[in-house]
Design a protein around this ligand. Sequence first.
Ligand code: EPZ
Length: 432
Amino acid sequence: MESIIIQGGKPLTGTVEISGAKNAALPLLAVAILADAPVVYHRIPHLKDVTTMMTLIAHQGAEVTIDDQSRLHIDARTANLPVAPYELVKTMRASSLVLGPLLARFGHANVSLPGGCAIGARPIDMHLKGLEAMGAEIKVEHGNVKAVAPKGLHGAHIVFDQVTVTGTENLMMAAAIADGQTVLENAAAEPEVVNLAQALRDLGANIEGDGTHKIVIEGVASLSGGEITVIPDRIEAATYLSAALITGGDVRATGCNPADLEAFLARVRASGALVETGSDWIRCAAPKRLQAVDISTMPHPGFPTDLQAQFMAIMCLSEGSSSIRETIFENRFMHVQELARMGANIHLDGHMAVVHGVEKLSGAQVMATDLRASASLVLAGLAAEGETQISRVYHIDRGYERLEEKFCKLGASIERCSGREPMMPQVDSFHV
Ligand code: EPZ
């Protein structure tokens, strides 16, 4: 199993180009299922999750090709198998994003129920309730969602019990070609949802209100083909900027949108860092030592849960104590114990973590547990004294394109090595 080896202690400086957003690309790929002509994609990131989604859509019979300018083309006119099998769904929960489009187009779909993951149970009950409100008959049996809409889908007024990003996306795609008006209340307002709404509009959909918590969709008969561009990955950008902050460096992230990171940048400024922004770039320079600040994760435009682990890492070396409240997922503190192995001083109390800043972190063998936790361990390793070995880095490959290459360009000493998991000491049976 591969691991990443980091020699820490070097301030990172320079410029990093940000890739297309994973969490925008995944729903955007599912849009092709709804289109009655080929769709060409720009700025699709080369990530494991994206490859999984492309494989899933090809499995359904669509033609998925990459041209000589490495642009992705999907022609779903040949699709004829509205299924998402467990073998693919188990590796990527976001496969459930094909359910709404498949049901809207074919009138039936069989999608494996995504299991939970390290950060929580992650049910899709709100997706299913919304589709039922739109006329679907849904049975969940043997781990599969079997949905039929014999009379097609019709508009509905749906109020989400809580904000759900992919739930909003799934239902927005289904509603795009449903019969009549659909209103989504308490909808997600993330930039990735706006990217999806704009892409659907470019293909002929009638959608208003995206970017707010009330989205109104007037169903149209069909969607044309066209071109779709993925927005920059705000989480990737903030991860590299966090690397500057934790190592005492100065990094400019280019090809990104500062407006998508206002809550994060406000907390970074509050911690004493220098933040400069332009139309498509953000620069962060670390002060001598960051001041501890508190955060509470919230749906957009609040502080993103996908940056909680990274922010915790930079707070480990801050002056003072920072309270970090995770309000979105029930188990998103798996990185705490691993950071503690590196000398961090963090106390957990339910959904709250209190980070008491320490003078230094020390390199250690640590284990990645989920995508963003992995990123926090890389950040800590970049700042720590000595060597850090992060195992199970397949988590990282799901969401960060060319991570080592980008960090090396900023001056980091980081490399990937394939090899066994760190050996466990042979322990004889205990003698009590
Ligand atoms: C999306 O996940 C993102 N993934 C996540 O990013 C992100 O952390 C999350 O939104 C929150 O911003 C993609 O966009 C592919 P939710 P999603 O539905 O849509 C509960 C990353 O690291 N819920 O907004 O699955 C749920 O359990 C990933 O890139 C239900 O109870 O998250 C959670 O507690 C991790 N029932 C809360 O709502 C439902 O039907 C928010 O989840 C749906 C959700």
